[in-house]
Design a protein around this ligand. Structure first.
Ligand SMILES: [Zn+2]
Length: 132
């Protein structure tokens, strides 16, 4: 059976639903598993990676993403997009000490995103903001 990748808008809705119903999801693997369960009710051929689930959660305004680390991570600094030369913005989350850390970069123009996972594995926690 061919694999089906959910569209970004659809995935945003599903990931939002999952976190809203759970209030807190303890890892990107669990987030992907819960989101995929909902997606597969519609179509069994859907597939979803933990990294993609996390990336979508990072752009949801109702969700706070926290890195489960106390360390500050040094990412190689990039100033412009390696694909299109446009400017790059940092993707920041708070760590367990409530310090902001950069966990990746996102192009302000094209779809380019780089991820901390490429440099070191990282655990995240996803919190529904309105539950606090
Ligand atoms: Zn770009």
């Amino acid at each position: 059976m061919p694999k089906k990748i959910p569209a970004k808008e659809k995935l945003k809705e599903i990931v939002k639903e999952v976190i809203r119903s759970r209030l807190k999801v303890e890892s990107q693997e669990e987030l992907a598993r819960l989101a995929l369960r909902r997606l597969r009710k519609e179509d069994k051929s859907y597939t979803l990676s933990p990294t993609r689930a996390k990336r979508v959660a990072l752009i949801l305004p109702d969700v706070e993403v926290k890195a489960k680390t106390k360390k500050t991570i040094k990412l190689p600094k990039i100033n412009k997009c390696p694909i299109c030369d446009f400017s790059i913005e940092s993707i920041k989350v708070k760590n367990l000490l409530n310090k902001e850390i950069t966990v990746g970069y996102r192009c302000t123009d094209c779809a380019y995103e780089s991820d901390l996972e490429a440099f070191m594995p990282m655990k995240y926690i996803f919190i529904w903001k309105h539950s606090i």
